[in-house]
Design a protein around this ligand. Structure first.
Ligand code: ZN
Length: 291
């Protein structure tokens, strides 16, 4: 991916230095926390109708979720990884600002908060082991950048464009919030069955993948960010983090009703659709009969 020299976002908060780690159980290559236990916590969250972040916080002994965050500066300019995510975030800002403007609306930029181990959020305590996530309540994307190491070594998804896709997917959830889709989804909780909610969650996630594809489409058109092999990198990442792939890898049986993100094939399909069309209308996973 070509990104050096492109604009960096001013919306990145670097909370890695604050000692918020507490260990967190996030061990590269270690067997302590696998994606399996993360999946269990997330599934439990849907079952009990509690925000999965809150559950994860309680499971890790985090106690009452805090919302007080320490102020965080921009990442140091010497930090290559910090600069990379700042450029990717800036790129999503440019793309979505233009898309919202075309639709006669205004895009509100999300923050991207870098942390180590664990971090208080308005959605409960975020844990590195959950992978990157978006908290609608404070409109921030959270990522422990060591996740990229996990992607490469344990999920078989290396490459800078795959890393950018992860940010673009989380920003996709922010776009859903601004479009009122998240609120609609939340109103289902308590009214729908667990499998219905999981099915809706899959559509929500696949739409975020499609929105990530839109980012790639528009960024390529405006700034020619793609290099040889980049699209394959992102498609591979989308495939490696499908629910079936993750469940299979964590040695559980694959239980389709418990899927909350979609299968590998579905994630690839929807990312591609956004990438090829660049059209928000083409990303309506909720109206689509076939996923
Ligand atoms: Zn997602």
């Amino acid at each position: 991916m070509r990104w050096e020299g492109n604009r960096e976002s001013s919306n990145v908060e670097d909370a890695r230095g604050g000692g918020g780690g507490r260990g967190g159980g996030f061990r590269l290559g270690g067997g302590s926390i696998g994606l399996g236990s993360v999946a269990i916590a997330v599934v439990a969250g849907w079952i009990f109708g509690i925000n999965p972040l809150t559950i994860l916080g309680l499971m890790s002994g985090g106690g009452t979720p805090q919302t007080q965050q320490a102020p965080a500066p921009a990442p140091p300019t010497t930090d290559q990884m910090g600069r990379f995510v700042s450029v990717v975030l800036a790129d999503t800002e440019d793309v979505w600002k233009a898309k919202f403007r075309e639709a006669g609306s205004t895009y509100r930029e999300p923050k991207l908060r870098l942390f180590h181990g664990s971090e208080p959020t308005a959605c409960g305590t975020g844990q590195a082991a959950m992978g990157p996530f978006y908290c609608p309540a404070d409109e921030k994307v959270y990522i422990d950048l060591r996740f990229y190491e996990v992607m490469k070594s344990r999920l078989g998804a290396p490459g800078d464009f795959a890393q950018a896709y992860v940010i673009a997917h989380e920003v996709g959830h922010h776009v859903q919030k601004l479009m009122g889709i998240t609120a609609k989804f939340d109103s289902l909780r308590g009214r729908a069955s667990e499998s219905q909610i999981n099915a809706m969650s899959v559509r929500l996630e696949l739409q975020a993948d499609c929105f990530a594809g839109i980012w790639a489409h528009d960024a390529q058109a405006a700034r020619q960010v793609l290099e040889q092999g980049d699209v394959e990198e992102a498609l591979n990442a989308a495939s490696q983090i499908g629910d079936d792939a993750i469940q299979g890898r964590s040695r559980g049986t694959v239980v389709p009703e418990s899927f909350t993100h979609g299968t590998s094939a579905q994630r690839v399909t929807w990312f591609k659709r956004g990438l090829q069309t660049g059209s928000v209308a083409q990303c309506d996973t909720f109206q689509s009969r076939e996923l």
